[in-house]
Design a protein around this ligand. Structure first.
Ligand SMILES: *Cc1c(COP(=O)(O)O)cnc(C)c1O
Length: 361
């Protein structure tokens, strides 16, 4: 069996070596004579897994001590509600910069708890660019400012950390966490569902500045309280142990491959190759995102004639390139090229696209 190159947006491809290791360890975790997912989360075996995973993520992303790291069940969408509950007092305003679908979701989830001010909205331009920071209407004394670092569906990514003044910057990094170096100290909260760049779906990583854990926020159940999760080492209740373990293996893999600097180089080469093929196709393929806002991770593209879409997908699959169908909101194609997508996968896709154009152009 040879595995296909899998361009799924999420759940997404994982490093083959990690999957092999998880397979080998599944029945007997390092001599425990039981699987890691059959053992207590408070036992020495899982405590080792949990502690190493946090330490490795801190090393990988250079997370300073000023920030706590939480591993919580539930997806990024859950965090979009929880962060409003935890960071905003009743009646407070939070600013949202909307650059695609997930920014809108973030607002929907937060709206029951916070007065949302849409500081900027790229919808008017069809989410093909990031509204210039000079046009953002930020609120004095806002509880926080929320951005989506990388819009997974629209393929729009911040290339730099935006400057938002005194309010803590909260960023959804679900589809670009650990894709390259980042100054974590500039963020109040970084959150990410695991299933794009970190591991299997079911766990979210929340990196939160410790002073924000002291905010009163809204009345909430203990299980929705970031501070309590931090105090309990993310073990207020049973955490998603398999997901945490597998994410830990991915962190070790990223470190062994050379860390975020190396992934930044690989991701830049992959994105350059793919956008180059699209832009160089004489209009047979097109990507509509402003060059300066193009995502390194998710590349939506369209064929000049959408009647060819079905054939493209069928022939791609035949060539071992799967999950290229675009999100239903946009149509067309989307190639997600996360850290775990090898450069050979992108080269294979580029070669296939050239060949397809010759035959159908
Ligand atoms: C996938 C994704 C989400 C939603 O994640 P869930 O785990 O399904 O809640 C939110 N934001 C971004 C940027 C995403 O890519």
């Amino acid at each position: 069996m040879t595995r296909a190159y899998n361009f799924s947006a999420g759940p997404a491809t994982l490093p083959e070596s990690v999957l092999r290791q998880a397979g080998e360890e599944l029945l007997d975790w390092r001599g425990a004579r039981a699987s890691i997912i059959e053992l207590s989360h408070r036992g020495p075996e899982f405590m080792q897994v949990a502690t190493e995973a946090e330490a490795d993520l801190r090393t990988l992303m250079s997370i300073p001590d000023s920030h706590a790291v939480l591993f919580l069940s539930g997806g990024a969408t859950t965090q979009q509600a929880l962060l409003a509950l935890n960071l905003a007092a009743p009646g407070q305003v939070a600013d949202y910069v909307v650059t695609g679908h997930w920014g809108k979701t973030a607002i929907k989830q937060a709206q029951p708890y916070v007065a949302v001010n849409v500081a900027a909205d790229g919808d008017g331009g069809g989410f093909r660019d990031i509204p210039p920071a000079t046009d953002w209407r930020l609120t004095d004394g806002a509880a926080y400012v929320h951005v989506t670092a990388n819009e997974t569906i629209h393929g729009v990514e911040f290339q730099h950390t935006p400057d938002v003044g005194d309010a803590p910057l909260v960023a959804d990094f679900s589809s670009s966490i650990a894709a390259g170096p980042l100054d974590v100290s500039r963020y109040g909260v970084i959150y990410a569902g695991a299933q794009k760049n970190l591991g299997p779906v079911g766990v979210s990583v929340v990196i939160v500045r410790r002073d924000l854990l002291e905010r009163t926020g809204h009345a909430r159940a203990p299980i929705f309280d970031y501070a309590r999760h931090a105090q309990a080492g993310s073990m207020l209740n049973t955490p998603p142990t398999f997901n945490w373990y597998l994410a830990g293996l991915v962190f070790k893999w990223m470190l062994a491959e050379g860390g975020v600097e190396e992934f930044a180089r690989r991701n830049a080469r992959k994105a350059a190759a793919l956008y180059g093929a699209i832009d160089g196709s004489g209009g047979f393929y097109r990507n509509e995102v402003a060059v300066a806002a193009r995502s390194r991770m998710n590349v939506p593209f369209f064929l000049h004639d959408d009647a060819l879409d079905k054939t493209f997908l069928a022939e791609a699959k035949e060539a071992g390139l799967i999950a290229l169908k675009g999100h239903r909101a946009l149509g067309g194609m989307r190639a997600s090229i996360y850290n775990a997508m090898p450069e050979e996968g992108v080269q294979a896709l580029v070669a296939f696209m050239g060949d397809f154009q010759k035959r159908h152009g």
